[in-house]
Design a protein around this ligand. Structure first.
Ligand SMILES: Nc1ncnc2c1ncn2[C@@H]1O[C@H](COP(=O)(O)OP(=O)(O)OP(=O)(O)O)[C@@H](O)[C@H]1O
Ligand SMILES: O=P(O)(O)O[C@H]1[C@H](OP(=O)(O)O)[C@@H](OP(=O)(O)O)[C@@H](O)[C@@H](O)[C@@H]1OP(=O)(O)O
Ligand SMILES: [Mg+2]
Ligand SMILES: [Mg+2]
Length: 329
């Protein structure tokens, strides 16, 4: 229970899909019990005429919202905005997204080799892979990561023929064998949680020749085994994805997760994000993706963690990371 009778108001500006997946009755009730009311922001009305708010959380990126936030911040400099748009923006480009990882200089941590391809001509350059020190298989990911369905559409490319299906601007990223498991680390202010999810299976050199030219996929770690099977139907390479379940893997060390989460948070100046981590055959960890305001509801204990974070936010207690906890998802 709240230790004071004062109530706090958090305004949220989220897409209808995000409201449905995040603003669950269980979260609303949990927050209420700690004196926090979660109130929807009407994006069709001026933000400055709404409220009062102690804090605003948001995941909208259009120009109109940007202007609304600027005006609101100017008139209400003491209201906490989670998070400022200029801190979120680097995550909208898959190159700038991972730049921050390089700055951390944490031992055993890195990112896969990658190169930007802006147009079809560059994609047909026969020396593209050689110049960028990449080898097949590679993953082609849309350069822009703006939350649209298209920004999640990826291709696993097995040979040069496969490039025919790819539409730049994209990045080509080294496919790193990692045992079919990824770790998703959710950060909400001071709170950090690591869960294990399904990923793409390893590809051996022998298997590479049997997989066809290219295979498209989207948000694989959110798919159930059943969805994964139907997703893979119709591809030459369907048997590649048609696996029942990945082996359970050992979780990364707590202190390592903590260091990376804290390092990323400070470097990016963000409170709400998750990052995807894979472990290669030499026990090196690679960050492959960072998402703003991810699907927290899939995280065990989400109501408690988010409510604690909101409480910290409205009480000016957003500070050092603590409470690191790892568990299987
Ligand atoms: N370099 C890589 N090597 C091996 N597998 C990878 C690599 N990059 C991505 N993957 C696999 O592809 C999946 C999707 O990639 P990524 O996380 O970049 O996409 P996304 O659409 O941004 O995902 P999210 O839904 O988490 O936002 C990962 O979860 C992982 O299974
Ligand atoms: O759909 P969910 O709620 O599960 O959350 C997903 C979230 O979608 P949403 O913000 O539209 O809801 C995605 O955001 P965009 O890149 O599309 O902006 C991205 O962050 C995914 O990684 C999240 O899944 P998770 O990484 O947590 O598994
Ligand atoms: Mg991802
Ligand atoms: Mg992503």
């Amino acid at each position: 229970m709240s230790n004071s009778s004062r109530r706090f108001i958090i305004g949220y500006a989220l897409s209808p899909k995000k409201v449905q997946s995040f603003v669950l009755p269980s979260l609303i009730n949990h927050a209420k019990q700690r004196g926090i009311d979660l109130i929807p922001i009407d994006i069709y009305k001026p933000l400055t005429e709404q409220g009062p708010f102690d804090c605003v959380v948001h995941k909208l990126y259009d120009e109109d919202w940007k202007k609304q936030l600027e005006e609101f911040t100017f008139k209400n400099p003491n209201v906490v905005i989670i998070d400022p748009l200029n801190s979120i923006e680097p995550l909208h480009n898959r190159i700038s997204m991972l730049e921050v990882v390089k700055r951390l200089e944490i031992e055993s941590l890195g990112i896969p080799k990658q190169v930007v391809v802006n147009n079809i001509e560059s994609l047909s350059n026969p020396k593209l892979l050689e110049d960028s020190k990449l080898r097949f298989p590679v993953i082609a990911k849309p350069l822009v990561a703006d939350g649209s369905a298209i920004s999640h559409e990826m291709w696993l490319v097995f040979n040069i023929e496969g490039f025919r299906k790819i539409k730049p601007p994209i990045i080509l990223q080294e496919f790193v064998n990692h045992g079919g498991v990824i770790f998703k680390i959710y950060v909400a202010g001071d709170y950090v949680k690591c869960v294990q999810r399904r990923s793409l299976p390893d590809i051996s050199n022998e298997k590479l020749g049997d997989l066809g030219d290219v295979m498209s996929f989207s948000q694989i770690s959110n798919l159930t085994s059943q969805q994964l099977r139907s997703e893979s139907e119709g591809y030459d390479n369907c048997s590649y994805l048609n696996i029942e379940s990945a082996e359970e893997a050992e979780m990364p060390p707590h202190c390592f997760i903590m260091d990376v989460a804290r390092g990323l948070q400070w470097a990016m100046k963000l409170h709400l994000f998750n990052f995807d981590l894979i472990r290669d055959a030499r026990n090196r960890y690679l960050v492959i993706d960072i998402n703003y305001f991810p699907g927290y509801a899939k995280m065990p204990g989400f109501e408690t963690i988010l409510t604690c974070f909101f409480w910290d936010a409205v009480n000016g207690k957003i500070g050092n990371l603590h409470n690191v906890d790892t568990e299987e998802g």
